[in-house]
Write a protein that binds this ligand. Structure first.
Ligand SMILES: Cc1ncc(COP(=O)(O)O)c(C=O)c1O
Length: 400
């Protein structure tokens, strides 16, 4: 799963190229940098990799979502639909934009349920954010169809599925915009970092201006003389991150994804021998990043019993049902409407009136699926562990 496993000579030499010129900022210092523009080069390479016209590097995956929402003009008074099983950042970005998150169930892909999406679209819906969770595809054609019927833009949160594809096309490149995370545990890592991709030039320009204090990036004048079309913020990526990104992108397909696929296949073989186990539905197994291996037991009790043995053997699986960062039901700050502001915003208006309230146990389908699901994170280097994991699986099978 994490690109940090393979940090090596390529990353070191990329970083040294930056350090030797002492230019850490992505803009300006043209003479001093001697033609070295790492963030720009990473953006170009990433857009080519994804087959899109534009890529904008930003400081995190959360920033990427926030920038995409700003570019699409999403703000107070709007609703944005996402799913109840995602990292909490998807919701944070919507709330930070001043919009209200509306949630859908996930289906057996563990991504947005397109059927439930239809139920959740209202006159206030301004955008839809399906999340390609845990390394594999959401049902993006169905989601795009429902969105197009209502003329709504789709932002694909691809933070967990960098390098994934659907019928050969890069995840993140289907909707109006796609967002990525390169944080410390991601498949491609720059320590912290993110990317926004789009084919739409106008959206790219708005995103680029918003992420850099509104700078209009006029090539005719120096940075200090640039003008602003609107208020922005600073979500810039810096040169060291761009350098790391270039090195990691060079290894994404042939090293990272190739090893993960092989490792996942070997572990899956052991699980497939157990009758009671079924696997997460992956719409296009060819395009899976193989970052996670997710399987279902027939009941929550059996999932827990199986996992107890796995844990005893040193290979406890992730049980998302009780995870406090990725599952709506366990977000106590959200359910409690807790804000750092005395006014209670974004849960309340400055007048004290409720803007949005969230209750536990409102996603029965998601709850049922997650209660039976176990997840084995897949690493790039697992040769020594795999025989041990296979043995642990055989042992765990006797407990169900
Ligand atoms: C689905 C999803 N969206 C967004 C993010 C946020 O990315 P970052 O940690 O780079 O802010 C993450 C991070 O784990 C994620 O998993």
């Amino acid at each position: 799963m994490p690109g940090f496993e393979i940090i090596g000579e390529e990353e070191k030499s990329q970083i040294l190229e930056v350090l030797s010129r002492k230019v850490l900022f992505r803009y300006e210092f043209d003479a001093q940098r001697e033609g070295v523009y790492k963030v720009e080069a990473f953006e170009k390479a990433f857009s080519e990799y994804c087959g899109v016209n534009h890529a904008l590097a930003v400081s995190s995956g959360t920033a990427a979502l926030r920038v995409a929402l700003a570019a699409l003009g999403v703000g107070p008074g709007d609703e944005v639909i996402t799913q109840g099983f995602t990292f909490v950042a998807t919701w944070e970005a919507i709330l930070d934009a001043g919009a209200v998150p509306v949630y859908t169930e996930v289906d057996d892909t563990l991504c947005m349920d397109p059927q439930d999406l239809e139920n959740k679209i209202s006159t206030r819906t301004k955008a839809i954010i399906p999340v390609h969770m845990c390394g594999a595809q959401a049902r993006i054609p169905e989601i795009l169809e429902k969105a197009a019927g209502k003329n709504l833009p789709v932002i694909e949160d691809t933070a967990q599925s960098c390098g994934g594809k659907l019928q050969g096309k890069a995840l993140g490149s289907f909707g109006a915009m796609g967002t990525f995370s390169f944080d410390s545990v991601k498949t491609l890592t720059t320590g912290e970092g993110g990317m926004v991709i789009t084919d739409d030039e106008a959206l790219y320009i708005r995103a680029s201006e918003y992420h850099d204090h509104g700078h209009d990036h006029n090539p005719e004048v120096g940075r200090g003389l640039e003008k602003r079309n609107f208020i922005g913020v600073n979500y810039r990526m810096m040169e060291l991150q761009g350098a790391l990104g270039l090195a990691q992108l060079g290894k994404l397909d042939n090293v990272i994804l190739a090893n993960q696929k092989e490792n996942k296949g070997r572990i899956k073989e052991a699980l497939a021998k157990i009758d009671q186990i079924t696997f997460r539905n992956i719409p296009d197994p060819e395009g899976d990043t193989a970052t996670f291996l997710i399987f279902f037991l027939p009941t929550a009790e059996k999932a827990k019993a199986f996992n107890q043995v796995m844990a005893q053997e040193g290979f406890g699986a992730v049980y998302w049902h009780e995870n406090t960062w990725h599952y709506y039901n366990e977000w106590e700050h959200l359910l409690g409407g807790k804000s750092c502001l005395p006014s209670g915003y974004p849960f309340k208006d400055p007048s004290g009136e409720a803007r949005c309230e969230y209750q536990r146990s409102v996603l029965p389908k998601t709850d049922e699926l997650l209660s039976r699901a176990l997840t084995i994170p897949i690493n790039i280097h697992m040769d020594e562990q795999i025989p041990e994991i296979q043995k642990a699986i055989e042992k765990a099978a006797m407990a169900i």
